[in-house]
Design a protein around this ligand. Sequence first.
Ligand code: ATP
Ligand code: MG
Length: 485
Amino acid sequence: MNLSDKLKKKVFRQIGETADRLGRPVYVVGGYVRDIFLNRTSADIDFVTVGSGIELAREVAKDLPGKNRLSVFATYGTAQIRHRDLELEFVGARKESYRRDSRNPIVENGTLDDDQRRRDFTINAMAISLNADTFGEVVDPFGGLEDLDRKIIRTPLDPDITFSDDPLRMMRAIRFATQLEFDILPETFEAIRRNASRIEIITKERINDELGKIMRARRPSIGLDLLEKAGLMELIFPEIHALKGVETKEGRGHKDNFYHTLQVVDNVAARSDNEWLRWAALLHDVGKPVTKEWEPGTGWTFRNHNFIGEKMIPPLFRKMKLPMNEKMKYVAKLVGLHMRPQQVGEEKVSDSGVRRLLTDAGEDIEDLMILAESDLTSKNPVKVRTALEGFAHLRERMADLKDADAYRNWKNPIRGDEVMERLGIPPCPRLGQLLQQVKDAILDGHVANDHDAAWAYLETLVTPEDRGSAGGTSTSKSSAPDSAC
Ligand code: ATP
Ligand code: MG
């Protein structure tokens, strides 16, 4: 098969010419070749030559027109050229052998065939020649083309060896199956199951890279389900694994929260590309396994699973080395609030309930609505209709609320510092209570949403004991909370 018509970029001919001048073979290899057949475009192109990749790259950087930035990674034997918007990566063909305790192989120089054998999947192991006399010829020793046609992920060699050598490939197999919507060949998948425990030698950062790619795919559930079935989820994300299963008592079961979660993630993914909203969907019920109880007369309950789930997010993100920044806070907040739109919508509450929801969700109200609507996976038509009506009602109410924007960005007009300074109230739980009462009164519409009205109301709440507990003196910001309370 010849693919010269697919190699229209000038660099391919130019790199072939440089290699010819040096008397060297050169090939495009790996993901770029796969993506030609899948009609996907990529700016990262990998080239392999027999001999030194660095030497070839130096010559190519000189020959290519324009300014080309060359970076050499001597320890890896690779070199990269930035040419226009392309990243051209050069490597010498290599042969790899592995030790059991590391995914870093012992590397020797090898032939093109050796190099293709060390690649993870048949669809990633194809090469196309760039030398003038064979330009465009496909070298496909493991039937990668056929597997692309059949939409199959398969390792070129014995899958047990492939996965045991570099267990990251198990994550990659599942990630490609998700991104490309391909099947993993049963023998290959069985080998992943057998080698799942080897994932322990892979760093969390690399695992997260693959998880992120799964979460950004069109249907993340494909990968999440495969991770679970392979026995990997239990090892890399036990809190999600724990959602699986149904317990039955007195003939009553609860829904399988794992499959429910997968559906919610896909529902969100169909409506939003926001990766962290998708993570919030994945984690929205993470508090359920620990809050599950059987209550005679009521059945299964998961009381406060949203709040418990919210509290679980920071330690979970820390443990998994996920970002400990505003993304984490956003996920925690949405997990905590995920049931509110349905409750508020169905209760047909007064304006104050709607204002409260807007205040708590802030800028993320639309994301929260998407999450809550996506959470509706019940097969009971009555439940679904009631909930849908509730959401529609809530959306109308939010649109009607004249001052909705003021509540979306709402901040208590009274600051704690001011209360401490002017009224001599120490920074104790009582201070929080007072501020909460002011908030309630404003959101319930009993007190105007401005500083003076709020202050006047606050003064009616403060008792002599409140002031007395500070010893009658004004408390400054620097006072130690413990000694003052
Ligand atoms: P994408 O860029 O979409 O992640 P890709 O297939 O290009 O997909 P890269 O990580 O860029 O993946 O790797 C380029 C090529 O290097 C792959 O196509 C594959 O041939 C090879 N490769 C990458 N990682 C491994 C690995 N862990 N084991 C074996 N071969 C690998
Ligand atoms: Mg790539």
